[in-house]
Design a protein. Structure first.
Ligand SMILES: Nc1ncnc2c1ncn2[C@@H]1O[C@H](COP(=O)(O)OP(=O)(O)O)[C@@H](O)[C@H]1O
Ligand SMILES: [Mg+2]
Length: 263
């Protein structure tokens, strides 16, 4: 049994079948990169894994526990609890413009703390102490992504690369076991991609697994234990980076990689 098991995921929008039976596994500490042409279903897959969409069929297991089964119904509380296993970093950062970098990172932690302490009928002093702790956690995370000197800045005062690093710190705040990235550098100027890719590379850790949708082939090759090549809603080919990049076996993989080199 693997730590993270994605089994037989199907998803349609209207009559269009977008995901047609996706199966893969991931261990804690491992990185899988998903590559493939635009429209092949990569974002839809990540959204199903994070319960931003609901797969029509299939199951998702973490640590031996079934956290999603398309045949079951989940209430809001269950969904929120299940979402906590995951963090997602979007292509377009999705930061709150009205909040500082620090507040962007701290926000979800604070909401969680307030809910927990309200249930426990905690005192104001206890709440204050817990929120101060959150601020320290958020500050440390921003340090970790190299933004210790920008915690008070607002998104509009930061470069795209810096915004994306805030978004990464935010995704880490609730300690997800599976951290997902959807083309984290696609919206960035080329000179800013390096700083974000370096941060992502440093996040490789025994504490979590990572699923990275990317068009950065060299990066994917360097950072990943496994590469998934998606085409038309299926995993066309999956394997070690050396195998996929040096000896792809499927015609579609070969053609995709060839186009990449020639771009
Ligand atoms: N909410 C939606 N409603 C209808 N069609 C969608 C929706 N989201 C994605 N699609 C379609 O699903 C297909 C796969 O999209 P997507 O998962 O974004 O692919 P990728 O990320 O690989 O480019 C596309 O044809 C897209 O138009
Ligand atoms: Mg996409």
């Amino acid at each position: 049994m693997s730590f993270f098991e994605v089994k037989n995921i199907y998803k349609s929008f209207g009559n269009a079948q977008i995901l047609k039976g996706i199966n893969f596994t991931l261990e804690k500490g491992e990185v899988v990169s998903i590559i493939g042409s635009s429209g092949s279903g990569k974002t839809t897959l990540l959204r199903c894994l994070n319960f931003l969409e609901f797969a029509d069929m299939g199951t998702i297991n973490i640590g031996g526990e079934e956290i999603y089964n398309a045949q079951k119904n989940y209430n809001d509380a269950e969904l929120r609890a299940n979402r906590l296993h995951f963090g997602l970093v979007f292509q377009s950062f999705n930061l709150f413009p009205q909040y500082s970098a620090l507040k962007n990172v701290q926000l979800a932690l604070d909401l969680q703390t307030k809910e927990r302490l309200q249930k426990q009928k905690a005192s104001k002093a206890e709440l204050k102490e817990a929120l101060a702790k959150n601020m320290q956690i958020a500050t440390d995370l921003l340090e970790k992504v190299g933004l210790g000197n920008k915690i008070k800045n607002y998104p509009c005062e930061l470069s795209g690369g810096q915004c994306q690093r805030v978004a990464i710190a935010r995704a880490l705040a609730l300690k997800p076991e599976i951290l997902c990235f959807d083309e984290p550098t696609s919206a960035l100027d080329p000179e800013l991609t390096g700083e974000v890719l370096r941060v992502i590379k440093d996040l490789r850790s025994a504490e979590r697994g990572m699923v990275i949708v990317t068009h950065e082939m060299e990066f994917a090759r360097e950072v990943s234990d496994k590469i998934i090549f998606m085409a038309d809603g299926v995993i066309e080919e999956m394997g070690a980076p050396e195998q996929i990049f040096e000896n792809p076996t499927r015609a579609k993989t070969k053609s995709f990689l060839k186009n990449y080199v020639h771009r």
